[in-house]
Design a binder for this molecule. Structure first.
Ligand code: ADP
Ligand code: MG
Length: 541
């Protein structure tokens, strides 16, 4: 099969497909003897770019030629670029290098790869999503769709056991991010009257700067100090090679501590061999505050969905292998915790979804029979699931509220976060003044569920820093030219349509029937003088 699911992670990425029996299977990274590929790129020289564990081993010694955590920058405004050997790389291009490495894994094992589904965090906005898609295309992949990571994890969990009407809390602790998401699985009927399982995101929370790396850093400092004590030196006297030696052994030691009560680490401290033994109990003590921090985020998310409503807690992400995490979550949700291949679940769910989209499974090839007339596992998957796409953000135009003594610029949310896609909403506005030549209709995305946000932008249309909680972002502008002598009573009907591929904005001058439209996938460059007068106002007064 040439359809794959890809978990493009902040620290590790993973690729999976459905095997000939329709069961999700990860493509091994034989070079690193792992199920995953480190999302780290090392630009050794102009002829050699390395992705994976080998790249990670250069972080301390050659850090300025290593790029990691690029997912935090993908699709962000004013994002930085990287320059190596006279070439400039954007986060999209770096991500494409990671995706190419995953593609090569498949090809090296004789497979062909065409259609893929790539996973994204549930909180990713439109620009992050479209940048992820672009990275896939740049790597020569045909991106069928994106899917939210917790939804993919829930999908792979449900492939093991079908559930009716369940509310699942996905606790995803990766290498650099922590995401809490509540998803609801429910039975519904599709358009052809068939029972299908629907997966809906109810609440999201977490911290994009919290993950396994924080545990690594604590362990690194612990080992560094132990090495110094043993050799009678100060941390400042420790050479870069020694630091890299500790850095590259820390993660392995952490993984060992997930299985064993203690881990021995041998470090070459400025030329002299030193052995440090770390006990699991000590490791747990030195990191207990970070465990507590993740539980606080769980509590915050439970303010939106009551704890009693949670039927199952799914542990996802490589860091949930740590017994301290399993214990902490189990203590809060006794008997409800489930963990299955936490570092692969997201990629496997994406593979299931990808196969559903191309309907490759469920149609056994000729000569292949399913035993006893029963449907195959693969058939069950495709016939029973549907993933309801929801808007990842709220969307709406910026308009002027003329009521009151002073004009106010407001963002009216047409479509709210979590609405079923495609979502459409229209409203009629009016030019701010008589004889207005044009309107610069700004389209925004944000994370608020309020009908309107005031104030949301400064006079130039830039989102105001005073409202960071709602993550207001200017997506682009639509220029609506008005004919001469247009009166301020001319109704202009504005429509927003949001679907998986982006936001479609349309404005119709209902007097002339002239239609203006734009498709906002990424920032649009509009070279028109910005002015406060080029606006629409809310009502005809
Ligand atoms: P991402 O953050 O990219 O989504 P993963 O979910 O694969 O990636 O999580 C990676 C993190 O999981 C890393 O910090 C890694 O050290 C950690 N990890 C992986 N396996 C284990 C293990 N057995 N014990 C402890 N931590 C682990
Ligand atoms: Mg992940």
């Amino acid at each position: 099969m040439s359809t794959y699911g890809i978990d493009l992670g902040t620290t590790y990425s993973c690729i999976a497909h459905l095997d000939s029996n329709g069961n999700p299977e990860v493509i091994r990274n034989n070079e690193d003897d792992s199920n995953t590929v480190a999302s780290v790129v090392f630009f050794e020289n102009e002829n050699n770019v390395v992705v994976g564990q080998a790249a990670k081993e250069n972080v301390e010694t050659d850090g300025d030629r290593v790029v990691q955590f690029v997912k935090r920058e993908i699709g962000k405004r004013d994002t930085r670029t990287y320059e190596f050997d006279g070439k400039t790389y954007t986060p999209v291009e770096i991500s494409a290098l990671i995706l190419t490495r995953l593609k090569n894994l498949v090809e090296a094992q004789g497979g062909t790869i065409e259609d893929v589904v790539i996973t994204v965090p549930a909180y990713f906005g439109l620009e992050e999503r479209s940048a992820t898609r672009q990275a896939g295309e740049l790597a020569g992949l045909h991106v069928l769709s994106l899917i939210n990571e917790p939804t993919a994890a829930a999908l792979s969990y449900c492939a093991r056991q079908f559930q009716e009407d369940r509310t699942i809390l996905v606790y995803d602790l990766g290498g650099g991010t922590f995401d809490v998401t509540v998803v609801k699985m429910s039975m519904a009927q599709n358009s052809s009257g068939r029972d299908v399982q629907k997966i809906t995101v109810l609440a999201t929370g977490g911290d994009d700067r919290l993950g396994g790396k924080d545990w690594d850093d604590r362990l690194y400092n612990h080992i560094l100090h132990a090495c110094c004590d043993e050799n009678g030196i100060t941390p400042e006297e420790v050479e870069a090679e020694t630091r890299q030696d500790i850095r590259s052994k820390v993660e392995e030691a952490k993984r060992k501590l997930s299985k064993k009560q203690s881990a021995k680490v041998r470090i070459d401290v400025n030329g002299s061999r030193t052995e440090v033994t770390v006990k699991r109990a000590d490791f747990e003590q030195m990191t207990s505050d970070i465990v507590a921090k993740t539980m606080n985020f769980v509590d915050a998310t439970l303010e939106k969905v009551p704890a009693e409503a949670i039927d199952t807690v799914l542990l996802v992400g490589g860091s949930t292998y740590m017994p301290m995490i399993i214990n902490a979550v189990e203590a809060k949700f006794p008997g409800k915790v489930q963990q299955h291949d936490p570092d692969q679940a997201v990629a496997k769910g994406a593979a299931i979804y990808a196969s559903m989209l191309v309907e490759e499974v469920g149609t056994p090839s000729e000569g292949e029979e399913t035993s006893g007339g029963e449907t195959s596992h693969a058939e069950q998957l495709t016939s029973k699931f549907t993933v309801e796409d929801q808007t990842p953000r709220s969307f709406g135009p910026g308009v002027v509220d003329t009521k009151g003594a002073k004009h106010k610029y407001v963002l009216e949310n047409f479509i709210k976060i979590g609405e079923k896609m495609p979502a459409v909403f229209s409203k009629t506005y009016y030019p701010l003044e008589d004889n207005q030549e044009r309107v610069l209709l700004r389209a925004f995305e944000n994370m608020s569920t309020d009908d309107a946000l005031i104030p949301c932008v400064d006079e130039d249309g830039n989102p105001q820093a005073t409202d960071p909680a709602h993550n207001v972002k200017l997506l682009g502008e639509l220029v609506v030219n008005l004919p001469p002598n247009t009166s301020r009573d001319t109704p202009i009907k504005v429509t927003f349509k949001v679907d998986a591929s982006g936001v479609h904005v349309e404005a119709v001058n209902t007097k002339t029937d002239e239609t203006f439209e734009t498709f906002l996938r990424t920032e649009s460059d509009i070279d028109v003088e910005r002015s406060a007068v080029h606006q629409l106002r809310i009502s005809s007064d």
